[in-house]
Structures are given as structure tokens and as C-alpha cells.
Design a protein around this ligand. Structure first.
Ligand SMILES: [Ca+2]
Ligand SMILES: [Ca+2]
Length: 316
């Protein structure tokens, strides 16, 4: 069974609650612009094309609530959207990330865009990129900074670029070079990728991810996740962060891949895990990966739900 993700309605620039958000002017220099405040009931739509990896759109979720929703859509190519909050607050509004339209209601392409949320954000995030429009040659800039633990002041750059967080063999002209980059946070999130290539990171929590068509990279993060790879040559990708809670504690989790296709798909582990893990069960549909670096050790049971055998893992 493929994972089914709820729909996310597209945002029109003139719809009630819509707020057109512009890129910030400075990211890390003194005197930089802080993230734009946005609260529940508001819809952020990015329509200006000046966003770039150096000049992102930054949204600061301000509501200290456990209900209500914020809607976010990139409606222009190569937009880079960073959603942050106050790590000390209980900001837990739901975030709905989808597509945007023009004034006539036509879906606008967000090809090459990145939409990412700070790791600590506590609210549930639902992403639905069904009907997203890829554009040939308009790919994600792999040098885009990831937000990690960035706050509203927007200074943290410690988490590296998208390339730093991707399988080591990912290049801008690879067959799986991402058309879209999506990064969610600590809660139990639900993500549907586009019909093109997606690089999806679901963060901590027990997430449900469906890559859809295309050659996707899915890094589900710590927690017990359900992953549908979809058609195409997909990568289920693990790093050390699969094996530690956000507080650095050991974990014992189970990830399910609903539709592993050994003829096309691959199980990829970060190269550093080659010496930090031991693996049992290859040649069956249940593989156990033990992370020996934590104390006690962390384990991940990886279940190929359709019974397809996992014969190998790649260290990349
Ligand atoms: Ca998550
Ligand atoms: Ca996809």
C-alpha cells in the first residue's frame, strides 16, 4: 500500500489571509533582516523571483498555539524558503506546504525551489507537491544552506549545504538531481513529493513520506517512518541522525518501505556509517542496522513491506 498524503489547497495571491513575502536582504552579516513574522490563519506566498540560496525568504512562526494552521507556497522558480520559530516556545501550529497560483488560479511553477523548516519546530507539517511543475534545467541549487537550528535572527549555518546533507555521489547533473527540496521538522509529518525528482528530509518524528514519480532521495530521519518510494530509481538514504534522538540519545526504531524495487531503488548509507554500523539480514526483506557508536547502541529495523529482498546497501 502506498502512503496517502492529505491534499493541501493551493494559495492564490488574492485569497483571504494571503501575505506576499519577499526575500530577506542579508542572511549572516551584521544588520541582517530577521525572518518575517507569520501566524495562524495566514498564508505566505512567494511570488518574487529574487530569492536565492544567498537571499532566502525566511518566515518566523509566531503563534504559541497547538492548533491552527499556517499555509506556505513558493509560486516562483528557484525560491528558497526557510521556516523558523522560537526554539524555546511551544509554537506548534500546523504548517501546510503546497503550491501557489496566479490571480487567474493557474498553478505556478516552483521548480528548483527549496522549502525547509528548522529542526526543532514542533508543529505537524503536511507537504503535498502533487501537480508541482518541474522545468527542464531548473534544478535545486545544491549549495543552498540548510536551516538546521536557525532562529528568527537567522544566523546558524552549522548544518551545511544541501549537498552536505545528500548522498555523497549526488551531483548537479546526476539523473536524480533534485527538482525540489523539502525539509520538515520534529513532529510526525506527512509529505508527498512531486512527479519529478525530490530530495525529501522528514526530520525527527514518525513520518509518512511518498516520493511519487521521479528519481527521489528520501532521508526520513530518526523515528519510525513509513516510506513509499514510488516509480523511478529512488534512494532511501540514512545518516547518523537516523540513529540518535534530537537530544543525542540512542533509539530503537522501525522504518517501513512499502514498495522497494531492487531493480531500480537503492538503500544508501552515509559513508561514515560503514565503520559505525553493523548490518544483519541482507538477502531478506528485514534488515537490522546497528549503530555501534551510541551507548547503548541504536538499532533500525528496516522492513521491505512488499517482501522484496534487500540484497545490498551502498555507502555513499
Ligand atoms: Ca518529522
Ligand atoms: Ca518525486
Amino acid at each position: 500500500m502506498s502512503a496517502v498524503i492529505p491534499p493541501v489547497p493551493p494559495i492564490a495571491p488574492d485569497s483571504p489571509g494571503a501575505v506576499i513575502i519577499n526575500p530577506i536582504n542579508e542572511r549572516s552579516a551584521d544588520g541582517e533582516t530577521s525572518a518575517a513574522p507569520i501566524g495562524t490563519g495566514q498564508k505566505a506566498i512567494i511570488t518574487t523571483p529574487e530569492s536565492s540560496s544567498d537571499n532566502p525568504v525566511a518566515l518566523n512562526i509566531t503563534d504559541n498555539v497547538s492548533d491552527g494552521s499556517v499555509e506556505v507556497a513558493a509560486a516562483t522558480e528557484r525560491a528558497n524558503v526557510a521556516i523558523v520559530g522560537n526554539p524555546e516556545a511551544d509554537n506548534a501550529a500546523r504548517i501546510l506546504i503546497g503550491l501557489g497560483t496566479n490571480d487567474e488560479g493557474a498553478i505556478q511553477s516552483n521548480a528548483g525551489s527549496t522549502v525547509q523548516t528548522a529542526d526543532y519546530y514542533k508543529g505537524e507539517i503536511i507537504v503535498n507537491y502533487d501537480n508541482a511543475i518541474p522545468v527542464p534545467g531548473v534544478k535545486v541549487d545544491l549549495n543552498t544552506q540548510t536551516v538546521g537550528n536557525t532562529t528568527a535572527e537567522f544566523r546558524d549555518t552549522s548544518q551545511g549545504t544541501i549537498a552536505d546533507n545528500a548522498p555523497g555521489n549526488l551531483t548537479p547533473d546526476a539523473p536524480n538531481a533534485p527538482d525540489f527540496y523539502i525539509q520538515t521538522a520534529a513532529a510526525n509529518d506527512e509529505i508527498l513529493g512531486s512527479a519529478a525528482n525530490d530530495f525529501i528530509r522528514a526530520g525527527a518524528g514518525d513520518d509518512i513520506v511518498n516520493g511519487g514519480d521521479g528519481n527521489d532521495i528520501i532521508r526520513a530521519g530518526t523515528g519510525s517512518d513509513e516510506v513509499t518510494l514510488g516509480p523511478g530509481a529512488d534512494s532511501y538514504y540514512l545518516t547518523f541522525d537516523q540513529f540518535l534522538t534530537p537530544d543525542g540519545a540512542a533509539t530503537n526504531t522501525t522504518d517501513i518501505i512499502t514498495d522497494f524495487n531492487p531493480a531500480e531503488d537503492s538503500i544508501q548509507l552515509a559513508a561514515s556509517l560503514e565503520v559505525e554500523t553493523s548490518i544483519t539480514g541482507l538477502g531478506s526483506s528485514e534488515v537490522t542496522i546497528t549503530y555501534n557508536t551510541s551507548d547503548p547502541v541504536s538499532t533500525l529495523l528496516l522492513v521491505s513491506q512488499n517482501g522484496a529482498v534487500i540484497n545490498e546497501v551502498q555507502f555513499v
